[in-house]
Design a binder for this molecule. Sequence first.
Ligand code: ATP
Length: 327
Amino acid sequence: MNQPALSVRDLVVHYGRRRRTPPAIDHVSFDIAPGETLGLVGESGSGKSTIGKAVLGLQPPTSGSVLLDGVDITRASSRQRRVSAIDLRVVFQDPYSSLNPARTIGQTLVEPLRVLRVPKPEQWQRARAALEAVGLPGDAIDRYPSQFSGGQRQRVAIARALVCDPKVIVLDEPVSALDLSTQAQVLNLLADLRDQRQLALLFIAHDLGVVRFLSQRVVVLYRGRAMEVGDVEAVTQRPRHPYSVALTAAAPVPHPAEQEARRAAREALGIGVAGTAVAAAAGCPFASRCPLAVDVCRRSRPPLVPAGDSQAACHRVGEVPALLATR
Ligand SMILES: Nc1ncnc2c1ncn2[C@@H]1O[C@H](COP(=O)(O)OP(=O)(O)OP(=O)(O)O)[C@@H](O)[C@H]1O
């Protein structure tokens, strides 16, 4: 790996008095390259958010370091911290509480640029560009959060992160509060932005299916320790540590309505559950990215569709047959 965008080295975090309480994070290390997503997965209380907070400088580590583009920001001067605040942004889980209801979207987006003393005309120009990048219309700039759906608000939260042109974004359960098809749209958007801008994403989630969709590598946390760090496919398909096996086995079974949608799509495409013919073999251009048919399509080895082909990613498996018919 070239210079990682983010490095976490031997991180230890205690809440409360050191030595009297066990550490919430116990010697965790990982790197994230530009253009890469690292998933951070584990049960409730395993320490995912604590790592996110330590990376963002919201929780001081007991020991260890966090390096942003090679610079240790845990021991940074106040000037370096201001620089890291531009390069390191966050998107939180709840798009309802993370946006100020009294501010227009435009005011929310220009706020960090105002603090950075970016000239005013450039602030608004960058706010408009960020809205465009997340697929929201230009007139969104004068509207208030209450005028948007949950998925649209999460797009605004992503635009707020992008407006500073960061190198790293910490995503703390960014799709957990959204319904399934909106989750897929936001995940596709994040994947596209990551690829276009070479963003490094630290993706915190408890849902392995979601982590698997967006991440190239994964850290499995258990009681503050990294039980496994590795390629996401290897960890989810051939988990080595007993805890990873348990976590993989506990990955949620899709909602019955989703299972039915997958079954119907498979039938329409003439493919079996085992995925021998798979959507890719049927010529589906979106097979490698389709979040709903992913169990089927990912079994195509070697992949017949190049990964990363997200030009017009289909967000609903039910639309795949119609798309195929137009080819
Ligand atoms: N402010 C705090 N004060 C004391 N202990 C805390 C604090 N925040 C978290 N903890 C403890 O640190 C450990 C890790 O918590 P953390 O919130 O990082 O886990 P998590 O994996 O993000 O959980 P969840 O998925 O439920 O959000 C837990 O034992 C938790 O009780």
